[in-house]
Write a protein that binds this ligand. Structure first.
Ligand code: ZN
Ligand code: ZN
Length: 73
């Protein structure tokens, strides 16, 4: 964790060379505890919504164009 005070405290009274922009990103990740065989509304299992050859990158369903897993009711 970076110490933000280091960047925001200006002791010289001149313009700082940088403004600090806080960037927060949300990323969906494969959750192995969820249960890989749980069924999606599209009819395909949970793990099929990730690329098993690419570090379980959330690429969407391999069998159809369902992008976001939603458990079947
Ligand atoms: Zn699906
Ligand atoms: Zn599907």
């Amino acid at each position: 964790m970076m110490n933000e005070d280091e960047f925001t405290t200006d002791t010289t009274g001149t313009e700082p060379p940088y403004f600090i922009e806080k960037v927060v990103t949300f990323k969906r990740q494969f959750n192995p505890k969820y249960g890989i065989d749980r069924k999606c509304k599209c009819g395909h299992p949970y793990y099929r919504h990730f690329d098993t050859h690419d570090d379980f990158y959330p690429v969407g369903c391999k069998y159809c164009d369902c992008y976001i897993f939603k458990e079947a009711a």
